[in-house]
Design a binder for this molecule. Structure first.
Ligand code: SER
Length: 318
């Protein structure tokens, strides 16, 4: 990676990945692509170039790639699962139409492409525990349909045209910088905000619902390490299971109470999110990522909780 374009640079992953890549490769070499209405601000704006790059506009992608001699594209534009259910047509347009645009530009200009997949690419028929790397998907959400189709399309561009496409299946991502919007795993971020503000948390996901989760620093490392990995060891490309922790609402609640014994939680289950969560795995088997490019998480629930609470309490002056 020398010159990188991040599409979706102001989103939950993009805002942190852009800054991390700028720290490694230099600010001038990492271009923050954004859409009007989601402009970069502060450090993100000041630390390097920014361009309007709407993933549904193939010309804007091609122009940015040309202008900055881009060799790697991080395609982070997406609607999360609950929003994608509310707007399935738009989710397809961004998730699949957008990916097609990125891959076409990458084919013509010889760029590598990273596009995240997700635990949401799996469905009701998938083995729930230690979900294997290669298994049945069959998602019944538009989010899942775009993710599993995106994996297939990305592999197609690799086998057919030699485009260097790589991907990981992210778990629910937890961070204190940019909040996610409209995902099923968002509760595991929101719960820390409530705790740090001293508020009671209303949990939209039922007790006993296990999902894979990951702290953002590990997710950023995964996104960078897979693009820097030696591809001669790859058996897979799109997309690798990665994992670090799996918990249900009771476990994260009790973990926070270890540090804040007065913290309170009450359940008000959201049927849409619950249905989506029930269709996703309890935990993924990430052996292939470990063997093929050395993936290894650093954070567990305890270390994540300590860090999240400290950072958010500082922000809220608690
Ligand atoms: N965090 C995503 C969501 O909940 C899953 O990848 O939609």
């Amino acid at each position: 990676m020398k010159n990188v374009l991040i599409i979706g640079s102001t989103g939950q992953i993009g805002s942190e990945l852009t800054m991390k890549l700028r720290g490694i490769y230099g600010g001038a070499n990492i271009v923050a692509g954004y859409i009007p209405g989601a402009e970069p601000k502060g450090e993100l704006l000041e630390s390097g170039p920014a361009e309007i790059v709407d993933i549904t506009n193939v010309q804007q992608i091609a122009d940015a790639v040309e202008k900055y001699h881009i060799d790697t594209i991080y395609n982070l534009a997406a609607l999360l699962s609950a929003v994608a259910e509310a707007k399935p047509q738009l989710a397809w347009k961004i998730g699949l139409g957008g990916l097609f645009n990125v891959l076409e530009v990458a084919r013509e200009k010889k760029c590598a492409v990273f596009t995240p997949s997700s635990i949401g690419s799996f469905g009701d028929d998938t083995p729930k525990d230690k979900t294997p790397q290669d298994t049945i998907h069959n998602p019944h959400t538009m989010y899942g349909v775009t993710k599993v189709s995106g994996e297939l399309l990305s592999d197609y561009y690799f086998y057919r045209f030699g485009v260097d496409t790589r991907s990981v299946r992210f778990p629910g991502l937890i961070s204190y910088v940019t909040p996610p919007g409209g995902g099923t795993t968002d509760y595991a971020v929101d719960i820390y905000y409530a705790a740090a503000k001293g508020e009671k948390f209303i949990c939209p996901i039922a007790a006993g619902t296990f999902m894979d989760m990951m702290y953002m620093p590990d997710a950023l490392r995964a996104a960078i390490e897979i693009m820097e990995a030696d591809p001669t060891k790859f058996i897979h490309r799109n997309s690798f299971n990665i994992a670090s922790m799996s918990f249900d609402p009771e476990i994260i609640y009790n973990n926070i109470r270890k540090f804040m014994p007065d913290f309170q939680m009450e359940y008000q289950v959201d049927p849409l999110r619950q249905k989506i969560a029930d269709s996703w795995p309890n935990s993924l088997d990430d052996t292939c990522a470990r063997n093929e490019w050395g993936w290894k998480p650093e954070y567990d629930l305890d270390t994540m909780t300590k860090d999240m609470l400290a950072r958010l309490k500082e922000r809220f002056g608690k």
